[in-house]
Design a protein around this ligand. Structure first.
Ligand SMILES: O=P(O)(O)OC[C@H]1O[C@H](O)[C@H](O)[C@@H](O)[C@@H]1O
Length: 268
């Protein structure tokens, strides 16, 4: 990788975080890479990294009132340099805390600040911490947009994603989530789910256990072949190798003055 990064090591497990985007690009647990990064991902700072854990903040996807004018999906921090503000290594954990360096964008919400803290123990904990230092409530949407490795999306199933969802592909609202939850086509769904735990299984084997905190929704995404073919930073057949399960705030949350919000994903 050509981007500056920081490595966390705990026993035999390792995580790598690019300073560009405070973006976790690798988590190796028990010798197994848990995060997918495209072989065509741009690792030169020219665009957000395709894979790993993109940080979407202070808005998710198109959830900004002026999105039609500026067209910036997923906020302002996944494509800028962050700086390390704290780093700790002990016998039982390793952690790093980062803050974005450019808070002067015209669309930056006044008084809001954010940090990402990544902690490696026998699991990987990623925290997206938002502070409202202003005197007024501020709308906030966000996501930890994790690309989880799977050996074959067509034999992958997820559990723990329940409840109503919006299908982003046609803006339809569905009352219940698929059961079993398998993948046969392009999938882009925002589930109004506050479930604390999701599993990802391939061929009946649990590959990932994912815990969520501070969220009001879970987003499930796979571009499938046609959309992947249109991406300059994803090989055509790579859609078979991952599923995104995103710990998200998408339901109109407002962060009150003086308040701190913590959006957390823990990967085992
Ligand atoms: O291509 P990106 O801007 O990284 O977005 C990738 C995807 O992120 C989320 O999952 C959204 O729900 C999708 O609509 C979007 O296509």
């Amino acid at each position: 990788m050509s981007l500056a990064s920081v490595t966390l090591q705990h026993q035999h497990d390792r995580a790598e975080i690019a300073l560009f985007g405070a973006h976790v690009t690798s988590y190796i647990k028990d010798g197994y890479e848990k995060l997918f990064v495209s072989e065509l991902a741009k690792l030169d700072g020219s665009r957000p990294i395709r894979g790993g854990i993109p940080v979407c903040w202070p808005w998710f996807g198109q959830l900004h009132p002026d999105i039609k004018q500026h067209g910036i999906a997923h906020g302002l921090v996944r494509n800028q340099m962050w700086q390390i503000t704290a780093q700790i290594q002990t016998n039982i954990m390793a952690s790093v805390t980062l803050e974005p360096t450019d808070t002067g964008h015209a669309l930056w919400p006044e008084g809001l600040s954010c940090q990402v803290k990544v902690t490696l123990t026998d699991a990987l904990k990623v925290e997206l911490i938002t502070h409202n230092n202003s005197n007024t409530p501020s709308p906030l949407s966000a996501a930890l947009h994790t690309y989880f490795t799977v050996s074959d999306i067509s034999t992958t199933a997820i559990t723990g994603v329940a409840g109503a969802f919006t299908n982003n592909l046609n803006s339809t609202l569905h009352k219940t989530s698929p059961e079993p939850y398998v993948f046969t086509e392009e999938t882009d769904r925002v589930h109004q789910s506050t479930t604390p735990k999701t599993t990802i299984e391939t061929n009946g084997n649990t590959l990932h256990i994912v815990e969520h905190q501070g969220h009001d929704s879970l987003v499930v995404w796979n571009p499938w072949l046609d959309k992947a073919t249109g991406f300059v930073d994803m090989a055509d057949d790579e859609y078979q190798k991952f599923v995104c399960i995103e710990t998200a705030l998408t339901q109109g949350y407002e962060i009150a003055p003086g308040q701190t919000h913590n959006l957390v994903q823990i990967i085992q």
